[in-house]
Structures are given as structure tokens and as C-alpha cells.
Design a protein around this ligand. Structure first.
Ligand code: C2R
Length: 172
């Protein structure tokens, strides 16, 4: 969470407040890793001036990674990538009759020189956007790198334990 005294290391933009339930897991992963962020709504289509001003302000304040989630004709991540040299991660959101294929293609198919690191659709992508942002920040943050390693070790242990419990339940 970002307070008045903690500058955001990561920006998490959504094209609409209707994306919040899908994108919230991104903030939960960032919270679990102790990463400061600004979570807000900003649309390249509906509020282009706000989007541009936010990118400029957050970058000046030290924001290192921009995460952009949007559905339908998802131009938000691309529009942010046009305005910053920081890494931009795009989360395509399934918000239309096309089931997210529209947002996926709009997010992933960037012209050379202006990449958007596109993660999976919806909540799985929201979580991975946070993990990827953490890995980027960890390049220059040994303490965060250690927290990431510990989180991975826990995932490994949890998966092994789940396998052992399942084996025990089905053992004949
Ligand atoms: P509403 O629910 O507000 O009508 O929005 C949003 O991310 C949302 O998934 C419907 C969908 O429109 C998306 N949206 C974009 C952009 N702004 C809003 N793709 C943009 O700038 O790319």
C-alpha cells in the first residue's frame, strides 16, 4: 500500500473500476512481498490526459514498473509504454463477448521498440504481473530477492506436501 511517505515502486493501472475484482490479486502478491504501489483507474481511451500525467508523476517519484490491466480494446498498456522507458506489464482482462481474446491481442501485439510484457488473462495474469514486477525490482534489491526466494521455497514445499497428502488419500 502507498502512503504519503512511501513512493510507489510499482503502478497498477486498470482501464475501469469494473476490472477491480480481476486485478486485486495483483495487489495481494505485491503486499505479500512488501512492495509499495499505487493502485488506480486510468483509461487511455476515457482519460488520456490523466494517464499521461500519472505516468510522468509516478516516474518522477521513482516508480520502476508499470502494470496495466484492461479489457476489450485494451490500449492502456501500449499507451503507457509509449510514455515511459520503464518496463510495462500488461494484464489482458476478459470483459466482452470475445472472452478476452480481444484484450490479449491488443496487449501483446506491440510494435517493435515498445514492448508490453503480456501475462496470462485475468486473475492468473494479475498474480503473475506482480511476481514479474517483483523479479524486475529484485535485480537491484537483494532483500527483495531473498523474499522472492523464500516465497518460491514455500510454493515448492506446499506443492510437495499437497502431492504427498493426495498420495496418502489414494494409497491402496
Ligand atoms: P467498463 O466496465 O467501465 O464499461 O469498461 C476496461 O479495462 C474494461 O475492462 C469495460 C472495459 O473497458 C476497458 N478499458 C480499456 C481502456 N479503458 C477502459 N481497455 C483503455 O484505455 O485501454
Amino acid at each position: 500500500m502507498t502512503s504519503m511517505t512511501t513512493p510507489a515502486q510499482v503502478a497498477v493501472f486498470m482501464g475501469s473500476a469494473s476490472d477491480e475484482p480481476t486485478v486485486k490479486p495483483c495487489t495481494e502478491v505485491l503486499d505479500s512481498l512488501g512492495i509499495s504501489y499505487l493502485f488506480t483507474v486510468s483509461s487511455a481511451h476515457r482519460t488520456p490526459e490523466r494517464t499521461e500525467a500519472l505516468v510522468t508523476r509516478l516516474e518522477a517519484e521513482g516508480c520502476q514498473v508499470f502494470i496495466c490491466a484492461a479489457g476489450m480494446a485494451a490500449h492502456l498498456a501500449g499507451a503507457v509504454a509509449a510514455r515511459t522507458q520503464k518496463p510495462v506489464i500488461g494484464i489482458p482482462v476478459a470483459a466482452s463477448a470475445l472472452g478476452g481474446m480481444d484484450a490479449l491481442l491488443a496487449t501483446v501485439q506491440m510494435p517493435p521498440g515498445f514492448p508490453v510484457a503480456t501475462v496470462a488473462l485475468d486473475k492468473a495474469g494479475a498474480r503473475n504481473a506482480a511476481w514479474l514486477a517483483a523479479q524486475i525490482l529484485a535485480l537491484a534489491d537483494p532483500a527483495l530477492s531473498q523474499r522472492l526466494a523464500a516465497a518460491r521455497a514455500k510454493m515448492k514445499a506446499d506443492a510437495e506436501k499437497a502431492g504427498e497428502e493426495l498420495e496418502a488419500r489414494y494409497r491402496k
